[in-house]
Ligand binder design. Structure first.
Ligand code: CTP
Ligand code: MG
Length: 230
């Protein structure tokens, strides 16, 4: 397939961050002098890979309009949805006037603020000519066990198991259609799974292990540490 002109970023940021147990959604917690979501969006914008970044924000979110970055000319705000997949679909729809069917979209969690420009360009450069697309992923260093009813039933061949990260990179039209068809399916926890359900086989591109998702309270200090190291 040919090189396309525009690459778009989509950032789901409409979650409540239940597991973080904080007084506000985790994307608004302080990190490295700003907030988690400002770090994430700045890194996407500074990579200079994207025409625009569409961010899905909850309708009841009082924090977003207060951030300067919400008014950035390359930032588009879309309403969030019930599940992550609904938020991603909503952000894709906000791009429908501007995005071509074959354009690439990189979907990246607001809660992954340690993403490097190097990983963004590594993913794009690796998959640019691909028909389907793929995701950043990590292999497992630990031995993996299958557990049934609390006891180990098997040791899983590590070479077949990867941890899915974001960004996940797919064609605009293909991703929209896959998410639309998967609407309401709780098994769709990332973009790749929606494409897999269509019978596609997305690629994996090895990412950096510091691209963590802030999920639990201890992750914030870890993200701070990784940022100091980068
Ligand atoms: N997200 C979203 N819309 C939803 C749910 C999640 O845009 N309805 C976003 C989150 O804001 C986050 C990303 O998807 O950036 C990954 O989700 P997760 O880490 O699960 O965040 P939360 O759902 O906010 O956290 P929790 O599951 O602990 O409540
Ligand atoms: Mg969640």
């Amino acid at each position: 397939m040919s090189r396309t002109n525009n690459i778009w970023a989509v950032v789901p940021a409409a979650g409540v961050g239940k597991r973080m147990q904080a007084d506000r959604p985790k994307q608004y917690l302080a990190l490295a002098g700003t907030t988690v979501i400002e770090q994430t969006l700045s890194r996407l914008l500074e990579s200079e890979a994207f025409t625009a970044v569409a961010v899905a924000i909850s309708r009841e979110d009082p924090y977003w309009p207060e951030l300067k970055i919400s008014g950035h000319p390359q930032v588009i705000t879309a309403p969030g949805g019930k599940e992550r997949a609904d938020s991603v679909l909503s952000a894709l729809k906000a791009l429908q006037e501007r995005a071509a069917e074959e354009d690439w979209v990189l979907v990246h969690d607001a809660a992954r603020p340690c993403l490097t420009s190097g990983d963004i360009h590594h993913l794009i450069d690796t998959l640019q000519e691909d028909d389907i697309g793929g995701i950043l992923a990590l292999s497992s260093h630990d031995t993996l066990k299958r557990v049934d009813a609390g006891t180990i039933s098997a040791t899983i061949d590590r070479s077949h198991v990867w941890r899915a990260l974001t960004p996940q990179m797919f064609r605009y039209g293909m991703l929209r259609d896959a998410l639309q068809e998967a609407e309401g399916n709780a098994a769709v926890t990332d973009e790749s799974s929606a494409l897999e359900m269509q019978g596609y086989r997305p690629k994996i591109v090895e990412g950096r292990p510091d691209n963590i998702k802030i999920t639990r309270p201890e992750d914030l200090a870890l993200a701070q540490f990784y940022m100091e190291q980068q």
